[in-house]
Design a protein around this ligand. Structure first.
Ligand code: HEC
Ligand code: HEC
Length: 221
C-alpha cells in the first residue's frame, strides 16, 4: 500500500478516508434482527458474555461493536481467512442470516469494560489523537473516532472499552501479518480491505506504543 498518509495532516487524512468506500462485499447488507440474534447467541455468551462483555481479556467484547464489522469478521472466520482456531470453529456452522442476526444483537448491547492504566494514558492519548508525523503514523482517532466509536459503514471497528489484552494481541497480529491468511484470488471471501491499513500502521508501532494504545482505548467510552 502506498504511504499516502505520509504527506497529509491527520485531519485531512481522516476526511479522505471516511469518504473512501472500503470493502463493499462481505457483510454489506446486514439485515438481521436483534431478537433472532439474541436467541442464537447462547453459545457465544459462554465466551463473549451474556451482555457482550467478556470476562477473559483475550476474548473481545462484542457489545456496541458495529454490525457491519461483526458480520464481516464472522464471514472471514468461517472462510478461514481470519486465522483463529476457536472462532473458525464457532463460525463454521453459521449461515449468513445467523451472522446478520448475531451482529445486530451484539451491536445493540452496551460495552462496559475497564479503565486505562494511568501510567500509560499520556503516551496512549498522544499517539491516538495526534499520531506521530516523523514516523508517518496517522492518528488512530482519524478512523476510530475521538471516543473510539469507529464507523459502521466504513467498517472501522469501535475500540472503546475493548480489553487491552485483546487490542494488544491484534496490533501484534497485524504487525506480524498473522491476523489473516492469504486466500486464493478466486476465493469468495477475501481479506477485508481495511486490513492492509492496519498492517502498515501496526508495523510502525513499538511494543511500548502498542501497550499504551491498548490501555488507552480500554478506557475510552
Ligand atoms: C470458546 C470461546 C468463544 C466462543 C464460544 C465464541 N467466541 Fe468469538 N472470539 C473468541 C476469541 C478468542 C476471539 C478472538 C480471536 C482472535 O484473536 O482473532 C473471538 C473473536 C470474535 C469476533 C471478532 C471481534 C473483533 O473485534 O474483531 C467476533 C465478531 C466473534 N468472536 C463473534 C462470536 C460469535 C457471534 C459467537 C457465537 C456464534 C462466538 N464469537 C463464540 C472466542 C469465542
Ligand atoms: C486509515 C484508517 C485507520 C487508522 C488511521 C487506524 N485504523 Fe485501526 N482499523 C482500521 C480498519 C479499517 C480496521 C479493520 C481492519 C480489519 O478488517 O481487519 C481497523 C482495525 C483495528 C483494530 C482491530 C479491532 C478489533 O476489534 O479486532 C485495532 C486494535 C486497531 N484498528 C487499532 C488502531 C490503532 C491503535 C490505530 C492508531 C495507531 C489505528 N487503529 C489507526 C482503520 C484504521
Amino acid at each position: 500500500m502506498k504511504k499516502w498518509f505520509a504527506f497529509v495532516p491527520a485531519a485531512v487524512t481522516a476526511t479522505v478516508l471516511l469518504s473512501l468506500p472500503l470493502c463493499a462485499t462481505a457483510g454489506a447488507g446486514v439485515t438481521g434482527t436483534a431478537e433472532a440474534g439474541a436467541a442464537k447467541s447462547a453459545v457465544c455468551a459462554a465466551c463473549h458474555g451474556a451482555t457482550g462483555n467478556s470476562v477473559n481479556p483475550e476474548w473481545p467484547n462484542l457489545a456496541g461493536q458495529h454490525r457491519q464489522y461483526i458480520a464481516l469478521q464472522l464471514a472471514a472466520f468461517k472462510a478461514a481467512v481470519r486465522l483463529n482456531p476457536v472462532m473458525m470453529g464457532q463460525a463454521a456452522a453459521l449461515s449468513e442470516q445467523d451472522m446478520a442476526d448475531l451482529a445486530v444483537h451484539f451491536s445493540k448491547l452496551t460495552p462496559n469494560g475497564q479503565e486505562a492504566d494511568p501510567t500509560l494514558v499520556a503516551r496512549g492519548q498522544q499517539l491516538y489523537r495526534a499520531g506521530d508525523t516523523p514516523r508517518a503514523l496517522p492518528a488512530c482517532m482519524g478512523c476510530h473516532g475521538p471516543e473510539g466509536r469507529g464507523n459502521g459503514p466504513a467498517r472501522y471497528p469501535a475500540l472503546r472499552a475493548q480489553h487491552s489484552v485483546y487490542v494488544y494481541n491484534q496490533l501484534k497480529a497485524y504487525a506480524g501479518g498473522t491476523r489473516y491468511g492469504a486466500p486464493a484470488a478466486e476465493a469468495a471471501v477475501q481479506v477485508p480491505a481495511g486490513a492492509a491499513i492496519m498492517n502498515e500502521i501496526a508495523a510502525k508501532l513499538s511494543d511500548e506504543d502498542m501497550q499504551a494504545l491498548a490501555s488507552y482505548v480500554q478506557g475510552l467510552r
